[in-house]
Every structure is written in C-alpha cells, then in structure tokens.
Unconditional design. Structure first.
Length: 124
C-alpha cells in the first residue's frame, strides 16, 4: 500500500509542478498547485524519513529537496525570475530522483547510504 501511496504522491507532485511551471511562464501561478506541490513533496520526504530515519538528512537527495524549496521560494518571491527558478527546480528534481543510488545517497557527512554502498554480491 505504501508503494501505491508513494506513486500517487509522485504523480500529484509532477502534475502540480507542471501547473506551477506553466503559471510561472504565464505570470499566474495557481495557489492550489503550489499547495499540492508542497503537500505531495512533504509526503515524499516523510516517507523517506520513515525508510531511512535521520540518516536521510545526510544524503544528497535530502539536500536536493532543500534546494528545490529555495527555488520554489524564489519562484514565488521573484515573479520576473519565476520561470527560471521553476525550470531549475524541475532539473534538480529530475536529475536527483533519476540518478543512481550511489549519487542520491552520497553523504555530505558520514558513511554512504545503503544504495550508495558497493555491492558484495557476485556478478550474475
């Protein structure tokens, strides 16, 4: 069930980002889309905290979320730069979420996360 909730949250998140980005380009950012973006992103972060515990805050994937929140703030605060901030947030989110585990869970401090550990399994 958690997997399906995560898939639903990611779908809402991507859809909301599309509305925010189009709104940023048109100069009319819909508040409901921003709320859906923040709520779905909050769920995804909460699910990551559930899975990884406090270690999540050491990984690059968490700091990419912080960067996206800063870009969303810039998008809302600087209307003349909204499209640029929106595209930057889209690029950061897409690259980090589709990057290999060794990149996403690269630690800023401490040991790498489980996806960043070298595999000890023999090649198949």
């Amino acid at each position: 069930m958690t997997r399906w909730l995560r898939i639903a949250a990611r779908t809402v998140h991507l859809g909301a980002m599309a509305f925010v980005l189009v709104g940023a380009c048109d100069g009319t950012i819909p508040g409901d889309a921003v709320a859906a973006l923040v709520a779905s992103g909050g769920y995804l972060v909460a699910d990551d905290v559930r899975k990884h515990g406090p270690d999540l805050f050491r990984y690059l994937q968490f700091w990419a979320v912080v960067a996206k929140l800063l870009l969303l703030t810039a998008l809302l605060a600087l209307p003349d730069r909204a499209a640029l901030a929106g595209f930057a947030a889209l690029i950061v989110g897409s690259v980090v979420s589709h990057a290999p585990g060794w990149f996403r869970q690269h630690p800023l401090v401490g040991v790498p996360g489980p996806c960043a550990q070298p595999s000890t399994d023999p090649p198949t």
